[in-house]
Design a protein around this ligand. Sequence first.
Ligand SMILES: [Zn+2]
Length: 309
Amino acid sequence: MLTLSKLIDEDKCYETIRTMRWPDGVCCTDCGAKNITKRGKHATYSARQRYICGECGRHFDDLTDTIFAGRHQPLKTWIACLYLMGLNVSNQQIADELSLHKDDVHQMTSELRQAVADKRPEVQLSGTVEFDEVYVTAGHKGQPEQVKKKGARDADGKLKGLRGRGTLETEKPPIFGMIQRGGEVVIKMLANVQQQTIKPIIQSMVKPGTLIYTDEYDIYARLETWGYAHKSVCHSAGEYARDDDGDGFCEVHVNTMEGFWSLLRSWLRPHRGISQEKLPIYLGFFEFVHNARKRGKALLGSLLSTLLV
Ligand SMILES: [Zn+2]
């Protein structure tokens, strides 16, 4: 069968890893010295170069100390897997595309997702930023997840999840989101929606003085005290956007954040039964994907270089 991984050149994958790891030439993975001698190729993977350090004597190769070291699957399979994860392809589909067992794919995607979530760069927001929260159904054992916006209506018009502010205990953990208009996003699963919970997150990630738009929810009542400019739109009064300065643009809204929640809802849909323990890792991975695209970076390159730092 013709598969994606058969079409990918293993030599080129190694070349890419070398260029990303050592843009100024190979350095020792132990002492950082540049006095390095090549020591032949790996016994199993002929594209993998081995080295010895002229300073400390360390033996290493292209993948030493990376997430790709000591793996059963070839490097090109890992890279193809990462590429498909960036397209939000399900584990089953990845298994089909790469001719792998689903359990192996599950292990690979779990490790890659965790590593990207752990290593993603800290985001700093400024300019004009919107805050909002949603509640995601995610049990401790894992249940089909569903992003529910507060006040969302069922088909019969009945309000669901309205003001039933979720907590971790109710298996509907709150997700707090902050998005810079035209820029990056930060999403965090919270233990609860309280001012003392969101305050440190906001202060570490949003530049003081930033103009913040929210709905009228009272957890946002102290933003001005915390050093920010704040305007709120009153959803319960049927207001979704307001033109405060009279220029014809309704600039007081949280529509950017609402649009992001739709993207998140679509992103989570193929992954059935995400548990509350795993949810923050999925959120971190999606935050990275969204922000890489916002910075106009090719996603696979961004994912790889993040894993290699
Ligand atoms: Zn060394």
